[in-house]
Design a protein around this ligand. Structure first.
Ligand code: DC
Length: 216
């Protein structure tokens, strides 16, 4: 049977880092669904589309092709791996991801991408909407201060300039928006395994998940 490992959690909870490691160690296809919302946000900025113009954004998504190649993401054959991480994209991605019709398009692309593979997919609605029947469902969390520190460090490594205060404001706003969407909201459910990674190292989190997916 096809293995689907679904991981949800807020920004900076470590989903991306942990999923990438697990994908290599357990031979799973890694799909970062946040990167797909970011790719649409990137094109929205590129074509100067107003973020309130939902119809144009939906049209843009339905006529675009997103593909992953290793750790890189391409939209319409343009490699946007770095471009989707800028502060500009980050500031508009959460409201864009609230557009219900856009979510329908991306959710069906996500299911299609996973069709023939064992996958590890991370995002906000993977355990609840994209693959509610996945065998392995996790909610990865960490305190706000810890998530801010992690994102600050990641940004520094990528050369993205922002202060701790700016990151805290941005993450808090995204958390609120992502948890209060009409469709696809980030939610905790009884059937997810909840992991608080505030005081755990990356390898401790990887081991916890590995123990579950290898034993169960
Ligand atoms: O994981 P990330 O921070 O790169 O995601 C960017 C945004 O996309 C995030 O603010 C919420 C949204 N998102 C979503 O609504 N559903 C997903 N499955 C993944 C991300």
């Amino acid at each position: 049977m096809r293995k689907i490992i679904a991981i949800d959690g807020p920004a900076g909870s470590g989903k991306g880092t942990v999923s990438k490691i697990l994908s290599k160690e357990c031979n799973l296809l890694y799909i970062d669904t946040g990167a797909m919302y970011r790719a649409i946000a990137y094109l929205t900025l590129k074509y100067n589309i107003d973020i309130k113009d939902e119809d144009s954004i939906v049209k843009l998504a339905s006529s675009s092709k997103i593909r992953f190649d290793g750790d890189s993401i391409f939209i319409n054959d343009i490699n946007v791996t770095d471009d989707i991480r800028t502060n500009e994209v980050t500031s508009i991605v959460s409201p864009i991801s609230s557009i219900v019709k856009l979510r329908e398009i991306l959710v069906s692309m996500q299911r299609e991408l996973a069709k023939d593979n064992d996958v590890i997919m991370e995002g906000r609605d993977i355990t609840t909407v994209v693959f509610p029947d996945a065998q392995y469902k996790f909610y990865l969390d960490a305190s706000l201060d810890e998530r801010v520190k992690r994102r600050y460090k990641q940004n520094m490594e990528k050369g993205i300039i922002s202060t701790l205060d700016e990151i805290k404001t941005s993450i808090s706003a995204r958390d609120y928006n992502d948890m209060n969407k009409k469709v696809g909201a980030l939610t905790r459910t009884e059937d997810q395994v909840y992991i608080d990674s505030t005081n755990l190292t990356i390898s401790e989190v990887v081991d916890k998940i590995k123990n579950i997916i290898e034993v169960k």
